[in-house]
Ligand binder design. Structure first.
Ligand code: IDP
Ligand code: MG
Length: 153
């Protein structure tokens, strides 16, 4: 199924000059960028984004980190985009992330694991609405789409 999902390249990704290389992973896989922006996040948005973790011991540190410097918000579309992006990112704890995944190649620390991606269709819909206005998401065809979505078969 064609899905949309939200990616955040967290402040550590921007500070470590990894934005291009991280975006490249999703693009090379065939996923389509339908929204993209650099954001200095307000605390309120960060708290809403991570509301599910409100009661966890790492919540305050996580919100502090996300608002500490600009991040890149990315909306992606493609076949099974939600699961594909979770796999591209790798396990939450970098020492468990497979080599070849973003976290498995570039991260060591759970709090600085470079990327976020939505974990279900429901979360993807609510997170995309949180981070992007409707007119910031663009539906368009690429000439290569038929070579990645199966329709050229
Ligand atoms: P995910 O980003 O792989 O979906 P979640 O469990 O949703 O992982 O946690 C959200 C984020 O909170 C993680 O990406 C990580 O940055 C941070 N986090 C999760 N667990 C811990 C922890 O035990 N210590 C510190 N930070 C954590
Ligand atoms: Mg999560």
């Amino acid at each position: 199924m064609i899905e949309r999902t939200l990616i955040l390249i967290k402040p550590d990704g921007v500070q470590r000059l990894l934005v291009g290389r991280i975006l490249d992973r999703y693009e090379q896989r065939g996923l389509k960028i339908i929204g993209l922006k650099l954001v200095q996040v307000e605390r309120e948005l960060a708290e809403r984004h991570y509301a599910v973790h409100r009661d966890k011991p790492f919540y305050k540190g996580l919100v502090d980190f996300i608002v500490s410097a600009p991040l890149v918000a990315v909306a992606l579309e493609g076949l099974n985009a939600i699961a594909v992006c979770r796999a591209i990112n790798g396990a939450t704890r970098p020492h468990e992330a497979a080599p070849g995944s973003i976290r498995g190649d570039y991260a060591l620390e759970t709090g600085q694991n470079l990327v976020h991606s939505s974990d279900s269709a429901e979360t993807a819909a609510s997170e995309l609405a949180l981070w992007f206005a409707a007119d910031e998401l663009h539906a368009y065809q690429r000439d290569i789409d038929r070579w990645v979505d199966g329709s050229a078969d």
